[in-house]
Write a protein that binds this ligand. Structure first.
Ligand code: URA
Length: 486
């Protein structure tokens, strides 16, 4: 982003207007965080009070007649000015909000941090609360764009294929989100048109043009059938919670999403999942150019920043699934334990070792399977130096199902094995009695089924006298499920 311009009503002094004058900082764009940062840094060093600064964005009304001067120079001292990393991250997000006061609020906070370094962590302060609120709304909008952009296929004038999507973000998030779409759809040529800004990817270069109107984007074409099929194949009417769905997928996005036309019929109980639809969906995921593993990597990266439930606050990291993205057999555990949390990999601690042994005894190559958890963050209570496992709450399982559903939609396993009650709940969307449901298949669709068995930790906790038989039954379940793949 370009260097911000400053306008002022007095030009005397080292850095333009004197400290008492109002300075107008004009940023290059609505999301010009770098411009804000460099101007704010110089202003804070020059000790310019927040009420002496007016923040504008290039092109704003009222900007036309201002005199442009350089912002206070960046000196060795200004380079030493610091703010906590978490404040900078928060400010970067909040800067994308549509609130016209966002840059002024951020500068006020920065100025106060210079006087009280603890201010950035003061969650009770109304200013920090407001900034947190802005950042949260932006994160949500970013997430919505990732979830609800739907491409339609068109042919360019030169006969080449391009995918075009129309999206109306609430905030200035399009640039902040561009990298995600580049990574996720690296092999496609695509454009995302939005009212303020349009971005285009030609397979090598990302470019920008001005905003567009809805009519510039195609209104629907055969690719929609694939989306609809895909959606229908992963839609489980038994799991629909209308309130939660409306919250996650507000109606304003429905008009851009072909599959939402299906919702009334699906909600009404239409469970027909045609085999050809699923084949189509599978093809769309595996077709050349679909970049399935790129999509998985982008998903994994996105999950690293997950804040969908409070568990991220205490856990060391998101522990995502691992294994081939086209694995026919998927195992779903409960949540990472202490060792998984540190290693960043599922099933590597004591339960993982027992699981590995059972896989070998069942004749299953773990490397050919996809192993993941229903909940991606470790939940625990600290007791001295120990971190004691806590079972995830239903709300946490439901929040995290966002990731599991996406893993399952990408991998499309023929057989999914739920290890324990939490995994079963995440897969079926309701509580399942393990004793009653284990050792038999449950059809998820014409080509996919789920099995339920015990969790390896359960075997570890059993009295010695019961361990042997329970272990044998567990191995039998794994073997029986794996045999269904072939
Ligand atoms: N238990 C689980 O459910 N998952 C792991 O990754 C480790 C222990």
């Amino acid at each position: 982003m370009s260097t911000p311009a400053t306008t002022g009503n007095d030009r005397s002094g080292l850095s333009g207007p004197p400290a008492g004058a109002i300075r107008t900082i004009t940023l290059a764009a609505t999301d010009d965080f770098d411009g804000w940062r460099s101007a704010a840094r110089a202003l804070a060093i020059a000790d310019i009070a927040p009420d002496r600064v007016e923040w504008r964005v290039d092109g704003d009304v009222g900007d036309l007649f201002g005199e442009t001067v350089e912002p206070p120079p960046v000196t060795a001292r200004s380079r030493a000015l610091t703010a906590p990393r978490h404040f900078i991250d928060l400010a970067r997000q909040a800067a994308c909000h549509r609130d016209p006061e966002r840059f002024a609020l951020l500068y006020t906070a920065l100025w106060r941090i210079q006087r009280n370094p603890g201010f950035a962590s003061d969650r009770a302060d109304p200013l920090m609360q407001r900034i947190e609120g802005l950042a949260k709304a932006v994160r949500r909008d970013i997430h919505k764009m990732r979830a609800f952009v739907r491409f339609r296929e068109i042919e360019d004038d030169d006969g080449t294929q391009r995918f075009v999507a129309w999206f109306e973000p609430e905030h200035h998030i399009v640039r902040a989100n561009a990298r995600f779409f580049v990574e996720r759809f690296a092999n496609m040529r695509w454009s995302i048109l939005t009212p303020d800004l349009s971005i285009h990817w030609d397979g090598e270069t990302l470019s920008e043009t001005a905003g567009a109107i809805r009519g510039d984007a195609p209104g629907g074409d055969p690719i929609e059938d694939v989306w609809k099929s895909y959606y229908a194949s992963i839609f489980n009417p038994a799991r629909v919670k209308i309130g939660a769905m409306m919250k996650e997928m507000p109606r304003k996005y429905w008009k851009n999403m072909p599959e939402t036309a299906l919702i009334p019929a699906l909600v009404a109980g239409a469970q027909a999942r045609e085999a050809e639809m699923i084949a189509e969906a599978q093809q769309s995921a595996a077709a050349p150019g679909s970049n399935r593993s790129g999509a998985w990597q982008a998903l994994r990266r996105e999950a690293q920043g997950c804040t969908r439930c409070p568990l991220h606050r205490c856990a060391s990291q998101t522990v995502f699934g691992e294994g081939p993205v086209d694995a026919a057999l998927m195992f779903v555990g409960e949540q990472p334990g202490d060792q998984e949390d540190l290693a960043g990999r599922p099933f590597v601690g004591p339960a993982g070792q027992l699981f590995d042994r059972a896989l070998i005894d069942a004749g299953i190559d773990r490397g050919a399977t996809y192993v993941t958890n229903a909940v991606k963050h470790f939940k625990f209570v600290a007791r001295g130096k120990r971190r004691i496992h806590q079972s995830p709450a239903v709300g946490e399982i439901d929040a995290c199902r966002w990731w599991l559903d996406q893993e399952r939609a990408l991998v499309l396993p023929r057989v999914t094995v739920a290890l324990g009650a939490t995994a079963a709940r995440a897969i079926f969307g309701k509580a399942m009695a393990i004793g009653k449901s284990r050792s038999r298949p449950f059809a998820l669709s014409e080509r996919a089924e789920a099995w339920v068995t015990v969790h390896p930790s359960y075997l570890l906790r059993l009295p010695d006298a019961e361990k042997h038989d329970a272990y044998r039954a567990f191995v039998d379940d794994l073997r029986a499920a794996a045999q269904r793949v072939s």
